[in-house]
Design a protein around this ligand. Sequence first.
Ligand SMILES: [Zn+2]
Length: 421
Amino acid sequence: MFHKLHHISYLFFLCAFLMVSCNAGSESDSAEEELVQRALEIHDRVLTVDTHADTPLRMIQPGFDMAERHDPKETGSKVDYPRMKEGGLDAIFFAAFVAQDIRDDDGNTRAKALCLQMIDSIVSSTQKNADIVGLALNPDDAYAIEKEGKRAIYIGIENGYPIGSDISNVAEYYEKGVRYITLVHSSNNDLADSATDPDGTEHGGISEFGAEVVKEMNRLGIMVDVSHGNDSVFYDAIELSKAPIIASHSNARAVTKHDRNMTDEMLQLMAKNGGVVQLTMLADYLRTAPPNPERDSAVAALRASMKPVSEMTPEERTALRESFQALNEKYPAPPATVKHVADHIDHIVKVAGIDHVGIGCDFDGGGGIEGVFDASEVMNITIELVRRGYTEEQIEKIWGGNLIRVFKEVQAVASEIQAAG
Ligand SMILES: [Zn+2]
């Protein structure tokens, strides 16, 4: 109901804008208006699922209230419950993200404690805001919670580091509500090789322990996420996993050359596997910026001087954000837009088919582009898809249907494994 009201006010604003900004071409204006309206209606009807947000990094900050609307420019925050509602975003996976650190018992213990703290903050946030959101554990929960007019909150883990070397942790995380685990992050861990580790490969893909973890995830019904893994991790996961896999936030390498993106061969194999690639709103994975070595070295220097975001005080985070903003102003890069997003979707649909693509914005983890800057603007993806001729049935698959299908298959495989004892 409120959703509809919001759309009407949006349309009113749009009409007013068109009336003052254009004094000719009223026919094309009304065609545009009709298209936007049709897109917003589709966006409202389909289940919209975003499979990746690092918002728990903010949730563990004292005083950060998910029920409050935050100004994205002032605070850097990209997701809260009011903005999810504004954007018509029905469901989201909040990832408990632990940056890779020392791989010993002390490091593993600290990683697990931080991971549990984030998971607990997600759960308690859903309890505190039970009137507007609900904790989701199973595929159908998203539809049921959406029907109640609330947002569905799923839990994932980004980086298998908090599993440490103890396989029983996987079941503990499952019990807490975790439904996908990204095996590795930006450097190698005990489970798998990263696509971006400066030291290159260490295990040749997934390690022996990583293979055990995949097996345990299959048994429990946790989705195996290959985003951030190197190419061998993808091929190993396809081989090892008895259930379809996901890439919770990755794009197409043929469109934008980046090691975090997937080749056409991988996309085709993903289709054969029955899995899904969730498109992400990270500018560098969406478009190739012209070379800018000064900018690159300034970014590298800033990154090198950073301690893990999770260990920063609010003041340090603000200072970091301001440093990045200053750097962006000094060395501007061409923006990534929703057109780039749709180019990647078009390509994946061409190579892998309509059943193997979805959306994982990576808000609060670097995601956010012109036109889809935060959760309140995700409807612009749907508008661009309608503009390119995608049907409601296709958009329903992209926005959630495909991911939910994979999630259901992962659970079905787990039931079979458990039944076979
Ligand atoms: Zn990530």
